[in-house]
Design a protein around this ligand. Structure first.
Ligand SMILES: Nc1ncnc2c1ncn2[C@@H]1O[C@H](COP(=O)(O)OP(=O)(O)O)[C@@H](O)[C@H]1O
Ligand SMILES: [Mg+2]
Length: 369
């Protein structure tokens, strides 16, 4: 169902994005070493990755880096240990890839009992296991004339790990041609900062990365998506509400799904649109408050923009009024740059003037409510 709110796994629940699926699939089969899947939150990156890999029967190891960060506040060896262990179990249980177990048996620190894979070493030794593991996965893929994808979802959070993931990724890039590393990122600028491809001191310096960028749906796609979604429930939606919803959610599929889901459960009406904003902004606020804790200036800048102060000078004026003292240009520049790198704010050129805009309409609502 199009309106299922979880990350999509199956192509039948996945609307359009066929071009991006093709790019990703070809990227893997053409042995691209690193593929970046970029785009703001709730635009469908995780879904694109899972649907494409499942649909093309490409075996994969999937690590949700953000959920580890949420749980522990950093990326612990412990969490990586368990995430890898369970990803391997998932992989080897699918009958397709069951021969994998024979390969895993040869790794020191890994025990295989029946169909159960266990890392017998302590989580501190996860580095030792990882280097053997990726070699073995590469051999297995090579022997089976397959490819294997290693996915780090929301990879910018890898910067919170003591494990040097850049060097692991560089090692795979240079030595393990059957493994494609897929990195997704909502905070595109922060992901690039982490990878440091242009920094000669970085392990990943000069490595080529193939980028796939997910864009928002345009208005027609949003409308079509909603129609098709409601159709699956036998609901014939009124044109005006559909158009209003398509305008309101800025082509961000995650919010269209939320609105659709809510309407199916509670009745389709204009109120479902505002209800989506209210509930959605509660989800978003959690993320915002983390940012505000770093500096209240993030709040002031976002408030300024949300209230229509969209030029540099008007944002500056707003903050000066809030703090009762002038803010340095360099300080404001830093704040705006970080917000851009996080994919929260974007710069647009309007009538020859640079303006700042909040990318997600629900986040914009959350800032002012
Ligand atoms: N093409 C699509 N068709 C239908 N639903 C989608 C599509 N892309 C994403 N979704 C839905 O939108 C929401 C956000 O998708 P997700 O893959 O988690 O985005 P991201 O990883 O970019 O944050 C989820 O509820 C997911 O089911
Ligand atoms: Mg995701």
């Amino acid at each position: 169902m199009l309106f299922d709110e979880f990350v999509k796994e199956n192509i039948k629940d996945f609307y359009d994005r066929r071009r991006e699926m093709e790019l990703l699939k070809n990227g893997i089969f053409e042995c691209r070493r690193i593929i970046l899947i970029l785009g703001i939150r709730r635009i469908g990156k995780s879904s694109l990755i899972k649907v494409t890999l499942n649909h093309n029967k490409i075996p994969y190891i999937y690590i949700d880096v953000r959920s580890i960060y949420r749980q522990y506040n950093y990326i612990s060896s412990y969490a990586i240990h368990y995430a890898l262990e369970s990803a391997l179990n998932r992989l080897s249980k699918s009958s397709f890839w069951s021969k994998l177990l024979d390969y895993l048996k040869n790794i020191r620190g890994v025990s295989v009992m029946g169909v159960e894979v266990r890392f017998s070493e302590s989580p501190q030794k996860i580095m030792m296991i990882m280097s053997q593991l990726f070699n073995v996965l590469n051999d297995w893929a090579s022997d089976n004339r397959s490819k294997i994808a290693l996915v780090f979802d929301e990879a910018q959070y890898l910067r919170y790990s003591k494990i040097n993931f850049r060097s692991i990724i560089a090692y795979i890039y240079d030595n393990l041609p059957y493994i494609t590393v897929i990195l997704s990122g909502s905070e595109v600028g922060l992901l690039h900062d982490f990878l440091k491809v242009n920094d000669p001191r970085s392990e990943l310096y000069g490595r080529y990365m193939y980028e796939i960028v997910l864009k928002r749906f345009n208005r027609e796609q949003s409308i079509d998506f909603l129609y098709k979604g409601f159709q699956e429930y036998g609901i014939e939606p009124p044109v005006d509400i559909i158009e209003e919803a398509a305008n309101a959610f800025g082509g961000i599929v995650g919010w269209l799904v939320y609105f659709g889901r809510l309407s199916v459960d509670r009745g389709l009406s204009r109120e479902a649109i505002i209800e989506t904003f209210i509930r959605g902004s509660k989800l978003v606020k959690e993320e915002l408050f983390k940012l505000y804790e770093r500096s209240p200036r993030y709040r002031y800048v976002l408030e300024a923009i949300a209230q229509g102060n969209t030029t540099w000078s008007s944002i500056k004026k707003y903050i000066t009024a809030r703090e009762l003292k002038p803010i340095y240009d360099s300080a404001l520049y830093e704040i705006l740059l970080t917000l851009e790198k996080m994919g929260i704010v974007e710069k647009i050129l309007e009538k020859g003037e640079i303006k700042y805009r909040i990318v997600d309409p629900v986040l914009q609502y959350a800032v002012t409510h």
